[in-house]
Design a protein around this ligand. Structure first.
Ligand code: ADP
Length: 241
């Protein structure tokens, strides 16, 4: 991790009708960092991720990716500029093969022909997530964890500067969690910065360099997992859930 912020959120605000879901939120994410976004249900984590990925336009504030404001740009342009994401509810294309799902991710990048090179590159990303032998399988034949791996391969095929993981570890058993954590570490070691929304606290502890804690739309704490999770404000926010 370096002291160079790859992503800077400054004074972000988003409301839905009268409800302020994200209220004046600012934080910097450093290049190569694994950064956690945590907080009780309804605290504004998913909305923040949606603002970063371009699914929502902020009412106010800036999102600087390597110094350039991307706030409010369409999601596909933000993806091209280097921010990829996985979804809490997986969004795979059921009637395409496993390999083709990754190829869709690759074809998203500028100037990529749908050819043998693409096929080979897609196979490399499947290897990366441990699905090397399953390229020809149908998505529906995959187990839940393998579908999650596939979502990850598809996001990684964009070769993002920043990868957003939305509860990617949710629903895994202990063994799968162990594998999932190792996979996230491996992705970081490739130089990708990761922002993760996660409820699995053991994973936050073992993976995150720093995290922000949100409550009722505002940032209530920021620091190492050990520091924020022992912060009385944070303990109180979780108890009030
Ligand atoms: P979290 O991810 O921390 O559980 P969310 O960002 O999903 O929290 O939600 C924050 C608040 O914004 C909640 O009160 C939620 O009901 C509201 N909210 C989120 N998305 C929408 C939406 N599309 N329309 C209206 N309200 C929303």
């Amino acid at each position: 991790m370096s002291a160079d912020p790859v992503l800077r959120l400054q004074g972000l605000r988003k409301s839905f009708g009268g409800l302020v879901a994200v209220n004046d939120v600012s934080f910097d994410v450093m290049r190569g960092e694994i950064f956690g976004l945590i907080g009780p249900n309804g605290s504004g984590k998913t909305t923040t991720m949606n603002l970063i990925s371009g699914a929502f336009r902020p009412d106010q504030g800036q999102i600087l990716l390597e110094g350039q404001d991307i706030a409010g740009q369409p999601a596909h342009l933000i993806a091209r500029r280097g921010i990829a994401r996985t979804f809490q509810l997986l969004r795979l294309i059921e009637d395409m093969s496993v390999l083709e799902n990754v190829m869709v991710g690759l074809a998203f990048r500028p100037r990529q022909p749908w050819d043998a090179t693409l096929r080979r590159r897609a196979a490399e990303f499947l290897e990366l997530v441990g699905l090397g032998g399953l390229g020809g399988a149908a998505v529906s034949e995959l187990t839940y964890i393998d579908q999650k791996r596939l979502e990850l391969a598809r996001a990684m095929a964009l070769e993002p500067k920043v990868l957003l993981l939305d509860e990617w570890l949710a629903g895994l058993n202990a063994t799968e969690l162990h594998t999932g954590i190792a996979m996230i570490r491996q992705i970081r070691s490739l130089g990708t910065t990761i922002i993760m929304v996660e409820h699995v606290m053991s994973a936050i502890h073992s993976l995150c360099d720093r995290c922000v804690v949100m409550n009722a739309g505002t940032r209530i704490a920021m620091g190492t997992p050990a520091a924020v999770l022992s912060d009385p404000l944070v303990v109180e926010a979780y108890l009030g859930e």
